[in-house]
Design a binder for this molecule. Sequence first.
Ligand SMILES: C[S@@+](CC[C@H](N)C(=O)[O-])C[C@H]1O[C@@H](n2cnc3c(N)ncnc32)[C@H](O)[C@@H]1O
Length: 336
Amino acid sequence: MTRAREDTGADLHADDAAALEADLLAGFFDDPPTVPPRWFYDEKGSRLFDRITRLAEYYPTRAEAEILRAHAAAIVGDSTTLVELGAGTSEKTRVLLDVLAGRDGGGVTGNGVAGGGPCTYVPVDISTEMLAESSRALAHDYPGLRIEPVVGDFVALDGPLPGEPGQRLVLFLGGTIGNFTEDQRAEFFAMLRRIASPGDRIAAGFDLVKSPERLVAAYDDAEGVTAEFNLNMLDVIAATVPCSGLHRDNFRHEAVWNEQCSRIEMWLRAVRDVRIDFPSLDLARTLAAGDGIRTEIARKFRIDDLVDEVSGHGFAGPGVWTDPAGDFGMVVAVVE
Ligand SMILES: C[S@@+](CC[C@H](N)C(=O)[O-])C[C@H]1O[C@@H](n2cnc3c(N)ncnc32)[C@H](O)[C@@H]1O
């Protein structure tokens, strides 16, 4: 796995430009055009997402935090390393780090035998500034834990998982698993099995099907923070690769419930005819007024669907907790 980098800003920008060009070639010229959600997250996008998590309409963060609080010890289990994919601010994770830190250096292993060694937290994220900031705060607040941030794309990890000898727990919180299509989830689970060892565990938060009104409101809040988050992707693209036409004045935010695919979709809908040019790709396309760019899918699951899927991908004994209101779930399973 790639370690946190000390690269110059120029190197990071070149890496980002190449990665974005590859993503544009893979999806922007399809029908409909798509851009993967990782391009929401420059520094501003990360801060906007953090604001979203505190909105009245955005229940997932509160529901998942309830599950983590109620089951922290069981989720951490005997792990000595927590690897969190798409960690963001790591705010919710602190309740798990409390458990890990309580054990760290205390000479007690998970099975109660004296002599346990140090414990490590590995937050992985593509948002460099957010990762650096949250890692500094965690290092301060958890002096006994090793904090080893990794700047990386969580769909392209090349293992093996870092950390201490002993069991590792891979955390994937925030319902981010719902941002993948079924094929992408299959690739993601296959990647996890490649980079993890038998006995390591995964814990993934997932959002549950509920009324379309509540779902849409969670992605289209009254204050317009999610709209700003979606439109910010246009600024991120324009700052990363040369292009024309992707101005926020040309688009509006839209969140819709797709019943057939059981998912919320976020779109940037053209408000007039727009020609978009990418000179470095030597490609252009025109969107007519009303055409959209799909920027996110957020699949909403039924518990059994996800449990069957996790078992089918080589993980043993998937168990699920939900919050008391039944809004959100957490699946925990063991790598076979
Ligand atoms: C929906 S937020 C969830 C943040 C946090 N885990 C939570 O539950 O609140 C997704 C996080 O994943 C990061 N992210 C998105 N795509 C990524 C990718 N392809 N590789 C690594 N991190 C990614 C974003 O920067 C952001 O911090």
